[in-house]
Design a protein around this ligand. Structure first.
Ligand SMILES: [Fe+2]
Length: 319
C-alpha cells in the first residue's frame, strides 16, 4: 500500500497516463537543452542560459528549478528568469504553488532514501514555501505550468517530464529502477509513442538504451543541473538534443539524425558554494543533506550512468 507520509507519498494529482505523450509535438526545435534540477542555483542558471544562447538552442526547464533559493531575491530572480522559457513544474514547484497538502516536499522518496533525509527535505520545502508566500503572482504562474511536454527534433519525438511517464514524482526512471526493472521503462516507452524520455527528479544521471516499436529508444535523466553528479566533480549536467554533436558532451547516443548528450553545466562553483553556506549554514537541513555533494559530488561515476552502445569514442570523454 502506498505511503501517505509527507515526502513519501505520490499525490493523485501528480499522476498521468503514458498515453498522454502520444500527441502532436508542443514544440519543434533545431536543438534543445533540457534542464532539470537547477535547485535554485542561480549561477547554474546563468551557465545554461549562456550555453543555449551560444548555439541558438531552445531551453526547457523540466522542474525543481527551486529548492535552495529561500532568499527572497534569489527566489524572485530564478523564477522570473526560468518562466521566460518553456518550463514544467516539478514536485517542488507544485508544492510551493499550492496550499500545504500534507505531501511534504512531494518527492515520493522510495524506501532506499533514509527517514532523516526525507524529514530534512520536508523542512527545506517548508522554508521555501514561506519565501514563496510573498509572491502570489509567481506562485500562480508556477501552478499552471504543465507536467509534461512533447518536443520534436528532426522527426525524433521526445517526451519531457519531471519524474517518470506515469507521475510527476515517479522514480521508475531513476538509475536504480532502470537497473533493477528495465522492463517497466520499456513498457512505458512502448505505451507512449516517443523515442526519448528526458527526465530528472531522482538526482543521479543515467542514459539507458532500449528496443522500442519505433526502433532504438532512450531514457535520459540529467540528474541535477545545479549540483555535481559524479564523484570529485564540480559541475551540473543538462541534456542536449540536437542534429550535431557538442564538443562539450561527456557522453551521448545517436538516434537517427539526432544526438542526445549529457553536457556539463560549468557554473561559478566558488560563488555558489559561498552563497549556499550563507543561506544554509552548518547544521541546517540543506547543509546536512547536500553540502558534501555540492562540494565534491556524490559517490557515483560516469561509467555507472552510461548504459548505451556508445561507451567509447566521441561520446565518452572522461569527466
Ligand atoms: Fe523532483
Amino acid at each position: 500500500m502506498a505511503s501517505t507520509r509527507p515526502g513519501r507519498s505520490c499525490p493523485r494529482r501528480y499522476r498521468y497516463s503514458p498515453a498522454v505523450f502520444a500527441r502532436a509535438a508542443d514544440l519543434k526545435a533545431q536543438s534543445l537543452y533540457v534542464v532539470g534540477g537547477l535547485y535554485g542555483n542561480r549561477f547554474a542558471l546563468e551557465a545554461v542560459l549562456a550555453m543555449a544562447q551560444g548555439e541558438g538552442a531552445t531551453l526547457v526547464f523540466n522542474g525543481d528549478f527551486n529548492w535552495f533559493n529561500v532568499d527572497a531575491a534569489a527566489f524572485e530572480g530564478v523564477n522570473d528568469t526560468v518562466l521566460r522559457h518553456a518550463a514544467l513544474r516539478g514536485n517542488v514547484e507544485t508544492e510551493i504553488a499550492g496550499e500545504d497538502s500534507g505531501a511534504g516536499c512531494g518527492c515520493a522518496y522510495p524506501e532506499w532514501v533514509g527517514e532523516a533525509e526525507v524529514e530534512r527535505s520536508n523542512e527545506i520545502l517548508t522554508r521555501l514555501r514561506g519565501t514563496a508566500s510573498a509572491y502570489p503572482e509567481l506562485r500562480q504562474r508556477l501552478a499552471v505550468l504543465p507536467m509534461h511536454l512533447v518536443a520534436e527534433i528532426a522527426g525524433l519525438r521526445i517526451g519531457i517530464l519531471h519524474g517518470d511517464a506515469e507521475s510527476l514524482a515517479g522514480w521508475q526512471f531513476s538509475q536504480e529502477a532502470l537497473g533493477e526493472r528495465p522492463e517497466c521503462a520499456e513498457a512505458l516507452l512502448a505505451g507512449s509513442g516517443v523515442d526519448v524520455f528526458a527526465c530528472t527528479h531522482t538526482c543521479l544521471p543515467v542514459m539507458q538504451e532500449f528496443d522500442a516499436p519505433r526502433g532504438k529508444a532512450l531514457i535520459v535523466n540529467n540528474g541535477a543541473a545545479g549540483m555535481p553528479n559524479f564523484r570529485d566533480t564540480r559541475f551540473g549536467l543538462a541534456t542536449r538534443i540536437a542534429g550535431t554533436p557538442s564538443t562539450q558532451a561527456l557522453y551521448g547516443a545517436r538516434l537517427g539524425a539526432v544526438v542526445v548528450e549529457a553536457v556539463p553545466v560549468r557554473y561559478d562553483y566558488e560563488a555558489w558554494l559561498a552563497e549556499f553556506d550563507r543561506v544554509w549554514p552548518a547544521g541546517s537541513p540543506a547543509a546536512l543533506s547536500y553540502r558534501k555533494r555540492i562540494a565534491s559530488g556524490p559517490v557515483y561515476g560516469v561509467e555507472q550512468a552510461v548504459r548505451t552502445g556508445a561507451r567509447t569514442g566521441a561520446f565518452s570523454r572522461a569527466a
